[in-house]
Structure formats: C-alpha cells, structure tokens
Write a protein that binds this ligand. Structure first.
Ligand code: NAD
Ligand code: LMR
Ligand code: MG
Length: 617
C-alpha cells in the first residue's frame, strides 16, 4: 500500500459509524470493537455477528454464550478448514447442465454458510474466488435461478411486486439496514441467456452483490438484492403450483414504468446516496430505463454498460495480441451476433472508441460505423429490413454496400463471416452453438493474423461455441474469450489454448465502488470509459502475445481497486464527485494518484471478526 502522511491518513479514514450499528469498519478500523444489542442465541442466529466456534472465552462470557457452543475454541482458519472438508466432497468442476447436482450441492453448502456466518462466507469466497465464483456467479447461479422456488429457504434481499403499488415508499423501511450503498435490481425478464425466470431471477442480484463484497469490498451489511416482480410470461412458471412469484402476465407499458418509477423513488428517498445497478432486464426495457434514469439517479445498466467496457478492453487486447498497436483498432472488422441489450451496448461503445481514435469528428463516427456487421435472429441487419429495431438502426448496413460484399438483408451468420472475413466474431445472442463448424470454418479466411472469437453468452450451455471447438477448427493462432468460465485447451506439443473469461464482473464492482467513494451524482460515459481503459491497461504486452487478454479471476480484488480509483479520478475531473463520508469533494480534488489508491484500499471491507461488546438498547 502507498505510504501516506499521518494527517492525510486520518482524513482517508471515514468517520466512525454510529455506535453499534455496523459490525465492520474499514480495514484500518478493524481493531475497534463492535457494539451489539443482543446476546445469547440471538447472536448465534445473526449471520452479521455470529462467529460460531470462534467466539473467545471472554466473549462467550460477555455475550452469555457459555455452554451454547462446544468447548473447543477454533481459530478462524480452523473453522474454514473444517468447513472446507464438507465443501470439498464435491470436487467435480461446476458445470451447469440440469443434471449437475455437484455445483448445486456446492451452492447449497455455501448458501447455508452465508445464512449463518457472513464473515466466514466472504472469507471463503475471497480466498478461493477462482474456484467459487463459478458457483455463486455464472454459470451455477443460472441453475440456481432456474430452481429457485425449490431452493428457497430463507429470504435474502427485498421483493417489490406489482401488488405493492402505492406501498413501496413505506415498505422500503422494512429493510433493517440504516445505510445501503449498493442495490442490484432485476425484474427477472432475461436472466443470463435463460429467458424470463420471473421472481426466481433474484438469484442473479444476490450473485452480483456477492462479487461486490468479494471484489470491491463493499460492506455486506450495506448491499441489497432486489427483485421487482411484475409477473412473468414464462408459461411453465405461470402454471407451476410451487412458483413463488406473481402468477400473472408481465405488466407492460405505463403500468410497468409506474412500478419501476415508484421503486426508484422509494429507495432513493430512504438512501439518497445508494447506487442502483440494473441487471438482466429484457432489452426492450433496458435501454428505455437507462435513458429514463441515468441523468437523475446514481444508476447504471450492467448488461449494456458494464459489458460494453469489458468487451472494449478485450477487443483492444485482441489488437495488441496480433502484435499491432491499439490505435489500429478502428481497422478491425467486427461481426456481432446478437443485437439485444448487450450486443447494442458493445456496438455503441466500440464505435465511439474507434471514432475517438480517428479524431472524434462526425466523419470519424460515420466511418467507424462501417466496421460492424450485425446479425440477429433474422440474419444480417440492413436498411432494407422493415421495422428494424431503432437501437440497431445505426448499424444497419446500406444496400449499396451489400452488393459490393455479395450479401443481402437477412444473410446467415456463416455467409456474413465468409464474405466479410472479420477480425473479430463476437456473440451476445444467447444461442448455444451458434458459432457452428460452418461459421468457424468460414473464419479461417479472416484477414487477421489472429482472429478473435468472443462467445460471450451465458451460462455455459448458451456459449456460441466452446474453446475446444474454436481451437480445433482454427488452430492455436486465435484469441478466445467466453462469458462463462471454460478450462484452457491442451493443444498438444506442450501448447495451451488460453481461454479468457470476458465477463462484466471485471468492471461492475469497480464502477460501483468508484461511484460510491467519489460520491458522483450520476455515472457518466467518461467514468465508464475510464473503467474500461483501466482494465485494458491492466494486462502486459507478453500476456497479450500469449493470448491472455483478461486477468485471472484471482486478481479481481486488485483490478477492482484500480478500476475504482480510475472511476474516482474521472468523476473528480468531470466535477461530478461530491465526496463520501469524511472525504468531501474539495479534499477529493486534492488527492494525487497514490492517495486515491490508498483511499480506495482503506475503504474496502475485509472479512475479519470484530470484537463484540454488548450494550443494552
Ligand atoms: N459476458 C458478459 O459479460 C455478458 C454480459 C451481458 C450479457 N451477456 C449474455 O449475452 C446474451 C444476450 O443478452 P441480451 O441482454 O443482449 O439478450 P437479448 O435477448 O436482448 O438479445 C439477444 C439477441 O440475440 C439475437 N439472436 C437470437 N437468435 C439469434 C441467432 N440465431 N443468430 C444471431 N442472433 C440471434 C436476438 O435477435 C437479439 O438481438 C445472454 O446470454 C447474456 O447472458 C453476457
Ligand atoms: O451475469 C453474468 O455472468 C454476465 C452478464 O451480466 C449476463 O447477463 O450474462
Ligand atoms: Mg447480466
């Protein structure tokens, strides 16, 4: 950590939380006791305070715990070792097929720990993030959402439903925490590539917030997963007697917007500084809601904006992996399969990045647009299409260019790849196997020396192709990045085909943390751009040449720290930063790079048991 002056260090430490309210302070405050207002079994049943067998003798006395626990006092590490014996019984790697009971069993064991001892849960997660991110997050979280009505035991987060209209402003006070920093909200309408899962989609909000705690060090007492249940159009769920959500069709139009408006007003009234991440809303609402709220509230849409940043960082990495300078990015020909919230988000951001590199003029923007070919469920998108989706319209190819390329409206993906010979083939279609043998064979004629293949759809079975398929057809000279994790491929002769994970998890935790600590009023394009550039700069030249364009997940806390610092810098530069707790906007402006980094680090929560002291109410 950077060395900061004593005086500055004091400023960097936020003010103490109200007595007794928060168990966890910042890293630097870790040694201060937490005041609790409960004792005995109430402590053991409270996951925020429970330490289980790790309660010391003096604490057992102070908190009336003597005799309520086995006598052998465990260190936190011994506790974890004991827990891991149970967890490790399911050694088989997580897959997400419906028959993969191992990954679900692991999720259950971890979830039960989450329910009874949060500190230990996050310690296990942070220390083994590479192994357990695929359980609490993509891909297993998809399986969890699909089965949520059966898996549900204890509630986690809040549910706002169409039946709560007119009540949200008061019901938001039912949440026990006085302060909430981060909300992830979904309406369950497009969970990963699994479609409409209704109320069961809350699992994705919980999984994303697990990463906020593990990667960004957001205090787990200040995160809130939210499900807005406006019904479901999933016929199976509508008929399932065990389904936990509203069994009615989704609200549409003004009725739908009224519910989301009411929710936003309620949460920002109770917690004016909260940040709301929109997650897995179907495209038709994702863009509209983003435009509706982004200039008023501290919010962003992860699928549109987080994904775009991660894809840009990966695309720039792919250019460098070809041994070319980043500035060559505007020459890349990019075919995107999928024109939903994620695809369009990536297209817009990539076009803007190219235009900036070309001088940021109108003509630069125009010519950048010609680098993209968009294929959706109806094939190649051109101006000839009747009722082309307005979000895809800027990327619809012109008829006269079509003749030149020998393509026409609705051309298949394989035809497009054959004719365009792209440098990059990117999939955000949610269609597993879309990059068929024929498509991958066509990519052999790519004009790139090292074509990039990004099957970014989640979960695993929705990936447009597997790394085995890509490397076996195209050979070792490719760049591969998938949304869900895959193992590297053994190419023989001691060579490894590297499988990157191109997932928005590399950005959203840092975007949230940077916004929180800067106190930015809104989340600007500049802040998102800064986050993407930070991720792109994280990798070294030799990584790129080895086909490695994203860091290992084990580095996610470090990356998030850096991303957050970049976001803060940009928020300050754009005069959006209003400060956070003890750090006001003027003080923020005076911090240099090293000091911002220290400020971020000092505010990242670490899972350590605090000493508990009882005080009656
Ligand atoms: N890796 C990541 O970080 C990341 C981030 C966001 C979304 N995603 C994934 O991207 C996928 C899409 O998400 P979305 O919100 O854009 O969904 P969406 O439903 O809004 O969009 C899907 C798009 O794919 C198109 N499509 C369908 N069938 C197709 C086909 N046969 N050929 C070409 N295109 C086809 C549809 O027309 C639509 O434009 C999901 O699987 C999601 O998990 C990944
Ligand atoms: O959730 C993920 O793994 C990434 C992304 O947000 C998605 O919707 O697929
Ligand atoms: Mg998502």
């Amino acid at each position: 950590m950077a060395i900061v002056s004593h005086v500055l260090a004091r400023r960097l430490i936020p003010r103490l939380p109200a007595a007794g309210r928060w168990r966890f302070f910042t890293t630097t405050e870790g040694s201060r006791p937490s005041i609790v207002h409960k004792r005995s079994l109430d402590i053991l049943h409270d996951p925020w305070f429970n330490k289980g067998t790790a309660f010391s003798v003096t604490e057992r006395d102070r908190l009336d715990l003597r005799g309520l626990l086995p006598p052998n006092i465990m260190t936190p590490q011994q506790q974890i070792n004991r827990f891991m014996v149970d967890l490790k019984r399911f050694q088989v790697n997580a897959r997400d097929g419906p028959s993969d009971t191992n990954s679900l069993a692991k999720w259950r064991i971890l979830n039960r720990l989450h329910d009874r001892n949060e500190t230990m849960y996050y310690k296990v997660l942070i220390n083994n993030i590479e192994e357990y991110a695929p359980i609490v997050y993509t891909p297993t979280v998809g399986l969890v959402c699909q089965n949520y009505s059966g898996l549900f035991r204890r509630p986690r987060g809040m549910y706002f439903s169409a039946a709560d209209r007119g009540e949200m402003m008061s019901m938001v006070y039912n949440w026990p925490a006085e302060q909430v920093d981060m909300i992830v909200v979904t309406d369950g309408s497009r969970i990963l590539g699994l479609g409409d899962l209704g109320v069961q989609g809350i699992g994705i909000a919980i999984g994303k917030l697990d990463l906020y705690v593990a990667a960004a060090g957001i205090n787990p007492q200040r995160v809130l997963p939210v499900m807005i249940d406006v019904g479901t159009n999933n016929e199976k769920l509508l008929e399932d007697p065990l389904y936990l959500g509203l069994q009615q069709n989704r609200l549409e139009g003004e009725d739908y917007i009224a519910v989301i408006d009411e929710f936003m007003e309620a949460v920002f009234t109770r917690w004016p500084n909260v940040i709301v991440q929109f997650e897995d809303f179907q495209s038709k609402w994702a863009f509209k809601l983003l435009q509706r709220y982004r200039n008023t509230y501290r919010m962003f849409n992860d699928d549109v904006q987080g994904t775009a940043g991660v894809a840009i960082a990966g695309l720039l990495g792919a250019v460098r992996a070809q041994g070319r300078p980043m500035i060559d990015f505007p020459k890349q020909k990019i075919v995107v399969a999928g024109a939903g919230s994620a695809g369009i988000g990536v297209l817009n951001a990539a076009r803007k990045t190219m235009a900036r590199m070309l001088g940021n003029t109108e003509s630069a923007f125009e010519s950048a647009g010609r680098q993209f070919w968009v294929v959706d469920a109806l094939g190649l998108v051109t101006e000839e299409r009747l009722d082309v989706d307005p979000d895809a319209l800027p990327f619809a190819r012109k008829s006269k260019e079509m003749d030149r390329h020998g393509l026409s409206e609705g051309a298949s993906l394989a035809e497009v790849v054959k004719k365009v010979k792209p440098d990059v083939l990117l999939g955000l279609s949610a269609v597993g196997g879309l990059f068929s043998k024929e498509v991958l064979e066509a990519l052999k004629d790519s004009t790139s020396t090292r074509p990039a293949i990004f099957p970014m759809s989640n979960p695993t079975k929705n990936a447009e192709c597997t790394p085995e398929e890509a490397f076996s057809i195209l050979g070792e000279h490719i760049i591969f990045a998938s949304g869900s994790p895959f193992n590297n491929v053994d190419l023989g002769n001691g060579k490894i085909g590297h499988c990157n994970q191109g997932n928005n998890m590399y950005l959203f935790p840092g975007i949230g943390l940077g916004t929180l600590l800067s106190g930015a009023r809104v989340i600007s394009d500049g802040m998102l751009q800064a986050a993407a550039e930070c991720l792109a700069a994280y990798m070294k030249e030799e990584d790129f040449l080895n086909g490695v364009i994203y860091p290992r997940i084990s580095r996610i806390r470090d990356i998030t720290h850096e991303v957050a610092a970049s976001v803060i810098k940009e928020a300050v530069a754009e005069d959006l930063a209003e400060g956070y707790r003890g750090m006001d906007s003027r003080e923020l402006q005076r911090l240099d790079k090293v000091e911002i980094s220290a400020y971020v680090e000092n505010n990242m929560w670490d899972p350590k048991y605090p000493t508990l002291v009882f005080k009656s109410d």
